[in-house]
Design a binder for this molecule. Structure first.
Ligand SMILES: NC(=O)c1ccc[n+]([C@@H]2O[C@H](COP(=O)([O-])OP(=O)(O)OC[C@H]3O[C@@H](n4cnc5c(N)ncnc54)[C@H](O)[C@@H]3O)[C@@H](O)[C@H]2O)c1
Length: 262
């Protein structure tokens, strides 16, 4: 069953990684998708590959003006807007003390203000369509603290809180707002050292799944939250993280995994 038949979505940061996975899954489920990103070549190539049910538009999520243009373009091209996926994000690995003003501003502007601007731009259009869904991409780092990603983590905790407040204000206006919390998904953002998937997976033996996830794992969650199957989900935080935030093992005690050989 194609769960997103006759629906129209905008996906930010849709040219690669998790966003690309969401675009592909939404199209498979019958949606029409406005792909947006800063990476115009990749985004246009994806739209060319997927055909007439998609279009590409440049979008810097930190610009209110560009958001207004993109929402209008989605309505003009596909007739309405049902779903916004606030997926675009940036990550900086740094010791907390060493974060620069430029890094702090970039993280807050893209990861938090981008979600606020996008949602504010999309709400009137989604209301014109009779209701719909907003899906905010938070993180496992929006559920737990971690070293090296303190300021990023603060933006993802903020998105989690924002999602719940938006769910309260928008639920009775027929817009469901939920957050997804990916962890350990094999994409350029999470793999700054350009490891192979096999190498990357080795670091994950300390988590229940024992391998890194892929964009399609998050895309499946987004398709669910966009669809009527999730009609009763409002302010839900959906962790899709291979068990990364489920807790921790007492290594060497009963029930813990064995360390890999070699
Ligand atoms: N990969 C993971 O393990 C992981 C874990 C938790 C959360 N996330 C979140 O998932 C989302 C997608 O990340 P990903 O792993 O696919 O990374 P990615 O770097 O592959 O994709 C991010 C996309 O966002 C775009 N982008 C960056 N700044 C932008 C801006 N100002 N305006 C518009 N687009 C912009 C990039 O061009 C890129 O296409 C992010 O919000 C990220 O924080 C990822």
């Amino acid at each position: 069953m194609r769960r997103l038949e006759n629906s129209v979505a905008i996906v930010s940061g849709g040219a690669r990684g998790i966003g690309e996975g969401i675009v592909r899954r939404f199209v498979e489920e019958g949606a029409k998708v406005m792909i947006t990103d800063l990476l115009d070549d990749l985004g246009q190539a994806l739209a060319d590959e997927l055909g007439e049910n998609t279009a590409y538009h440049h979008l810097d999520v930190t610009s209110r003006e560009q958001w207004a243009t993109v929402v209008a373009a989605a309505e003009a091209r596909f007739g309405k807007l049902d779903t916004l996926v606030n997926n675009a994000g940036v990550l900086v690995f740094n010791r907390f003390d060493d974060h620069t003003d430029a890094q702090i501003d970039m993280l807050l502007n893209v990861n938090l203000k981008g979600v606020i601007y996008g949602s504010q731009a999309a709400i009137p259009a989604i209301e014109r369509a009779g209701g719909g869904a907003i899906i905010n991409m938070s993180s496992a780092d929006g559920l737990e603290g971690a070293n090296a990603v303190s300021v990023y983590s603060s933006t993802k905790f903020a998105v989690r809180g924002l999602t719940k407040a938006m769910a309260l204000e928008l639920g009775f206006r027929k817009i469901r707002v939920n957050s997804i919390h990916p962890g350990g998904i094999f994409t350029p953002l999470a793999n700054p050292h350009n490891m192979s998937k096999e190498e990357y997976d080795r670091n994950y033996w300390i988590y229940p799944a024992q391998y890194a996830g892929e964009p399609r794992d998050i895309a499946a969650a987004a398709a669910y939250l966009a669809s009527d199957d999730a009609r009763y989900c409002m302010g839900t935080e959906l962790a899709v993280d291979g068990g990364l935030t489920a807790g921790h093992y007492y290594m060497g005690f009963p029930g813990s995994p064995a360390a890999p050989q070699g």
